[in-house]
Design a protein around this ligand. Structure first.
Ligand code: PLP
Length: 454
């Protein structure tokens, strides 16, 4: 049997982030000002973000240097391990080889601090004192709380109400790192009060929590807004994952035929896949697969359109696959995948045929998660379990076709704070939620009248 873990020394932590915008056949369309319909400029974004991040957002440079202070913090958990899933392959009885990159070894337990630390660093460097953000499952909120603590910033987190109730210990983790956490929709912002006025029992959504966090930052001089996914600079920061994985696959003497990740806003998927898509654009043959929940099938069923990034309509208009900004996904346990849109970079790559997407029901995803835990030991985050399910499907299809594939997926986080969801699954209490066409049509009324992408 070959090695199980492929480890890199600290000296191999990437020193630059990779910017896929420099290689894409078609650049993503511009983000628009909702009032004027014109592309937004750096000055429009300055109230919300530090200039260094705004410049990264619009950069077409192939690579961006990672500041030493950020690298110093990355050293706490990076490089992350790449595993060959020998036991999982045996359990599945597949002829394919399965590898996974494990981001759950970071202190908050997911890939999210790769960008949280960078964002906290640039905000501190430009004099901000406090960051506001949203969180779905609590992974992003805890990553930003951790980053703010280490860098020396205050942190306010609007946590989607259903997760606030389902995941009290994610909240505790944020408190340990000094953040203030409220359930969203809250009565602390006008956006939250508006939603509560119309839907007092709203379970919340990422779109609503983003409205609250943006309003918080826009109404205070000392505060900037921080987003855990979707934006170009966030995806950029995550590319340390794929750059390490390329070297680790080389150590393993292998190269993937298929690269897989789950997609909420798209950051962990981009983090692993973009350095491989760079190889694909240069001529390598790779199948790149995004896995999303059937309850929130943004890439598989949402049109490509201009839409707001938040529910209330405070953000610029973003060109992306979307289900409509007032779409509130069913309260499935993959809180981090309950977002109505997906990153413009990923939306464009789908349009250009450089990747594809599938959507899965939560019971089959949990069954795959339990199967994986029974073989490899790691209990995955429900979000990451979508990628595991995708890997199983690809391996089974290859077996049926008499093929042997090399499969690489991103295990974006552990599920230690998701045990109530596992309890429900094991007790047979999880329900499948597929989205009916009528609800998609209803939600898409919200984007009627907005500009149409070229
Ligand atoms: C472990 C984990 N994986 C994936 C996601 C989805 O986000 P993204 O698509 O930005 O990676 C989240 C979001 O909270 C998460 O916590």
């Amino acid at each position: 049997m070959s090695e199980t873990k492929f480890l890199l020394p600290e000296s191999e932590i990437p020193t630059r982030w990779y910017n896929i915008a420099s290689d894409m056949p078609h650049a993503p369309q511009p983000v628009l000002h909702p009032g004027t319909g014109e592309p937004v400029g750096p000055d429009d974004l300055a109230p919300l973000f530090p200039m260094a991040l705004i410049m990264q957002e619009v950069s077409t440079d192939a690579e961006v240097d990672i500041p030493d202070e950020v690298l110093d913090i990355y050293r706490l958990w990076r490089p992350t391990p790449l595993y060959r899933a020998h036991r999982f392959e045996q359990a599945l009885g597949t002829k394919s080889r399965i590898f996974y990159k494990y981001e759950g070894v970071s202190p908050p337990g997911s890939h999210k601090p790769n960008t949280a630390v960078a964002q906290a660093f640039y905000n501190k460097a430009e004099g901000r004192k406090r960051l506001s953000t949203e969180t779905g499952a609590g992974q992003w909120g805890s990553a930003l709380a951790f980053a703010c603590k280490l860098v020396g910033l205050e942190c306010k987190v609007y946590m989607v109400k259903v997760s606030y109730e389902q995941k009290p210990f994610r909240r505790s983790l944020m408190h340990v790192w000094g953040a203030e956490v409220v359930a969203s929709p809250s009565d602390e912002t006008e956006a939250g009060k508006k939603v509560l006025g119309e839907h007092p029992d709203s379970p919340g959504s990422l779109g609503i929590a983003i409205s609250e966090a943006v309003e918080d930052a826009a109404t205070r001089d000392d505060t900037a807004y921080s987003l855990g996914s979707v934006l170009n600079h966030v995806l950029l920061h995550q590319t340390v994952i794929g750059q390490e994985a390329l070297k680790q696959m080389e150590l393993a003497g292998a190269f993937p035929d298929v690269v897989i990740g789950c997609v909420g806003g798209g950051s962990n998927f981009a983090g692993l896949s973009f350095p491989f898509i760079r190889e694909k654009i240069a001529g390598k043959e790779i199948d790149v697969l995004a896995c999303e929940p059937a309850a929130c099938p943004t890439l598989t069923r949402g049109p490509f359109a201009y839409d707001f990034g938040d529910t209330v309509g405070l953000t610029p208009l973003v060109p992306m696959h979307t289900l409509g900004h007032d779409f509130v996904p069913a309260p499935i346990h993959s809180g981090g995948l309950r977002y109505h849109g997906v990153a413009p970079l990923i939306s464009q790559l789908v349009l250009d045929g450089l990747m594809r997407a599938e959507a899965y029901l939560q019971q089959e995803v949990f069954a795959s998660a339990v199967e994986f835990a029974g073989a490899e030991g790691i209990v995955p985050a429900p979000e990451s379990a979508h990628a595991i399910h995708g890997a199983i499907r690809v391996a089974r299809e290859a077996d049926e076709a008499g093929e042997e594939k090399t499969i690489l997926f991103n295990l974006s986080g552990h599920g230690h704070f998701d045990m109530a969801a596992y309890d429900n699954f094991l007790a047979g209490k999880l329900e499948d939620v597929a989205l009916d066409e009528g609800e998609i049509e209803r939600a898409l009324h919200a984007i009627e009248g907005l500009p149409t992408p070229a």
